[in-house]
Design a protein around this ligand. Structure first.
Ligand SMILES: Cc1ncc(COP(=O)(O)O)c(C=O)c1O
Length: 399
């Protein structure tokens, strides 16, 4: 009998080798208590959170929590059903209304996660004879959506407008074309040149889907994302997003002005064949989304935090993923996995949590310490974070 697990042997060996150095497992941390969007207790120690994607700090917003508790009392703990059967409650409609208002779009469809939103929308609209042109650094959920729909996949070099145009021009005349882009790329925290890319896509007859998972709530005047900030939101056919970042709970969605959009509710398998979100979750999401419409002060503070952390880390001598701060994600590039894991552990001992990211999830085989800032980080906390990076960097020889 062949062991189906033998394909994992290289990963098992790499993991064993890393843990044999005595380093704490960076992929197995437990948050023993979470005190706020920016502080948790880990290994009994107060730890500043700098790797949560909780960009707008909505997880502890009193209105959001009250809405969740009320829905739990009034509607119970779960729907036990699909959206197309017994799983659409008033709260699911209300969160879709909130999304329509937030984006100023005609249609909104909520999924159980952002992963399922990409899986469902992409696989349903782009099938076997269609072409999907996508940035090579696209999120796993985008690739999995392409695979599920069985479309022809044409990747192009990250954020390269000319490469996108060349790929589009090679697609046979008359074929269905979908271009998939992200507003902010989560590994390096860089922003896509959406203005140019959307123009090139439209000029070549393609529909455009933009995943704004890491920009919703923060980027753009109304927090609608990079498409809003670059003035092309009206030319984007589908925006995908998640509730697991700025919204502060769990869930995913797609908004669109496409006149036939509603038919997707009957044909999109990752929407139809899974249970809908619990009432408490959709209630927290709807409240959070409505509050995000009116959060320009928080957005301004988050930009300040991002700029200060970027500049401070650069001055300490770290190599960063972008020359300028472009989003709320700042990636610190490590020379290799061992050094990255040692630095990650040194930061945790100092009292700081960041994400360790390693290949194959990262571009160009890089090991990264990904920092994601929160609008609730105070100026004092940003100062503490920089001091901890300095101490850990010197202790591990990174700087
Ligand atoms: C770009 C992008 N799209 C989609 C997702 C999936 O979101 P969710 O956590 O809601 O499944 C993520 C999550 O990390 C993401 O980074």
């Amino acid at each position: 009998m062949s062991d189906l697990f033998s394909k994992f042997d290289p990963l098992i060996q790499q993991r064993e080798q890393l843990l044999s150095t005595g380093v704490t497992d960076p992929f197995n941390l437990v948050m023993e208590k979470v005190e706020s969007p920016t502080v948790a207790i880990c290994n009994g120690k107060r730890t500043i959170l700098l790797g949560t994607y909780n960009y707008m700090g909505m997880t502890f917003d009193p209105d959001v929590i009250a809405a969740g508790k009320k829905a739990l009392d009034e509607f119970g703990s779960g729907t036990t059903g699909s959206r197309v059967l017994n799983g659409t409650y008033a709260g699911h409609r209300a969160v879709e209304d909130a999304l329509r208002d937030f984006y100023g779009m005609k249609h909104a469809m909520v999924f159980s996660t952002g992963y399922l939103a990409n899986l469902g929308i992409i696989s349903t609209i782009a099938g076997k004879d269609d072409y999907i042109v996508l940035d090579i650094d696209s999120h796993a959920s985008i690739y999995d959506g392409c695979a599920l729909g069985n479309a022809q996949i044409v990747p192009f070099r990250h954020n390269d407008v000319e490469a996108l145009e060349k790929r589009l021009k090679r697609i046979p005349e008359g074929a269905g074309k979908l271009v998939i882009l992200e507003g902010v790329y989560s590994m390096l925290g860089d922003v896509a040149p959406l203005k140019e890319m959307v123009a090139v896509s439209k000029a070549n007859g393609a529909m455009v889907l933009v995943d704004e998972a890491h920009s919703m709530g923060f980027i753009g005047e109304n927090g609608r994302g990079v498409a809003e900030a670059q003035g092309v939101i009206d030319d984007v056919d589908f925006i995908i997003g998640t509730f697991s970042k700025s919204v502060g709970t769990v869930g995913g969605f797609c908004v669109s002005n496409h006149p036939k959009f509603e038919i997707l509710r009957l044909v999109c398998r990752p929407y139809v064949f899974t249970a809908s979100l619990p009432p408490s979750v959709v209630a927290t999401a709807a409240t959070s989304i409505r509050k995000l419409m009116d959060s320009s002060d928080k957005r301004a503070h988050l930009w300040e935090n991002s700029k200060r952390l970027h500049e401070g880390l650069r001055q300490l001598g770290f190599t960063l993923g972008t020359d300028e701060p472009q989003s709320a994600i700042i990636a610190v590039i490590m020379p290799d996995l061992e050094t990255g894991a040692a630095m990650w552990e040194a930061l945790l001992k100092e009292g700081l949590y960041v994400n360790l990211a390693r290949p194959p999830a990262t571009p160009a085989g890089k090991t990264l310490l990904r920092c994601s800032l929160c609008a609730e980080h105070t100026s004092d906390q940003v100062g503490e974070i920089l001091a901890m990076f300095g101490a850990a960097g010197r202790a591990t020889g990174c700087i």
